[in-house]
Design a protein. Structure first.
Length: 281
């Protein structure tokens, strides 16, 4: 995916020009996470789909610059593009064209992970897209059968609601670590309190991590709960903050750090991203 981040400098002039800050860079939730994870000592590979076009080439090159090894299936069509509209408070709305993302082949995906990995993270968008949900499910099943640790995240509320909570939970069954933001966690569990959401999710996943924006993050593992405050002092744009925190958390846990330490590292990573415009921070 390629990100086009747009932040108007005032009210939008409906039929005229509006002064705006625009940034274009490598994007996509899974790629943002991969780059964050690669900042650790781990070798990180990104599995995805691109077209033979300028956004696809930019995406490939920026993954390499981010320390990630791209393993990309080529498909006819257009590489996915997201336009992120940024409000004055840093919150964003996403206009998404998934392009060729829906064309990923299960045979290609399985062939790649058969080469051997210690951990596999599967983006929630894989499960939320009807065309690729079966790919995510088969990858999780492969990980379970071969004793490979795995994790998933929700990624987006609107497609989650369209898919249905129970359908999503069934699709991600078998993952060890579950990531969500607070809004997504409450929706998935159909609760109104974060403690109730953590308790509910712990019945399905070994480890649960929920980011809460300005309120920091919480986690649960083995019936123990954890909480850390946000480290963000200034917020320009929240695009990619959750992805960065997930990557930093995974890196810390894969390095053997405890949950509290991993949460602190996650908040530090998010604080860097929200200071700048776009997922690169």
């Amino acid at each position: 995916m390629l990100d086009v981040v747009v932040q108007p400098k005032g009210a939008i002039a409906q039929t005229s020009d509006t002064p705006t800050t625009v940034r274009m860079s490598r994007g996509g939730a899974a790629a943002n996470l991969a780059v964050s994870l690669a900042k650790s000592s781990h070798d990180v590979y990104f599995l995805g789909v691109v077209a033979n076009d300028l956004p696809g080439k930019m995406f490939y090159e920026e993954l390499i610059l981010g320390g990630v090894t791209p393993v990309l299936q080529n498909a006819k069509g257009s590489t996915g593009v997201v336009v992120a509209m940024i409000a004055s408070d840093g919150q964003r709305a996403m206009l998404t064209d998934r392009g060729v993302n829906s064309l990923i082949s299960i045979d290609f995906a399985i062939e790649q992970i058969e080469t051997g990995f210690d951990h596999v993270h599967i983006s929630g968008y894989t499960f939320l897209d009807p065309a690729t949900s079966v790919v995510g499910e088969k990858l999780l099943r492969y990980c379970g059968e071969h004793k490979i640790s795995s994790s998933v995240d929700v990624c987006s509320l609107a497609p989650l609601q369209k898919m249905g909570v129970q359908n999503f939970l069934s699709a991600v069954e078998g993952a060890a670590i579950f990531f969500a933001n607070e809004e997504e966690a409450l929706a998935v569990t159909q609760t109104s309190e974060i403690d109730a959401a953590l308790s509910s999710l712990q019945s399905s996943f070994s480890e649960v991590v929920v980011t809460r924006g300005a309120k920091g993050a919480v986690a649960a593992r083995n019936d123990a709960s954890f909480s850390v405050p946000s480290q963000s002092k200034e917020v320009l744009d929240t695009t990619g903050a959750g992805d960065a925190s997930t990557g930093a958390y995974l890196a810390a846990r894969l390095d053997g750090n405890d949950v509290d330490t991993a949460l602190d590292k996650a908040m530090a990573a998010a604080a860097i991203v929200v200071r700048g415009l776009g997922s690169l921070g």
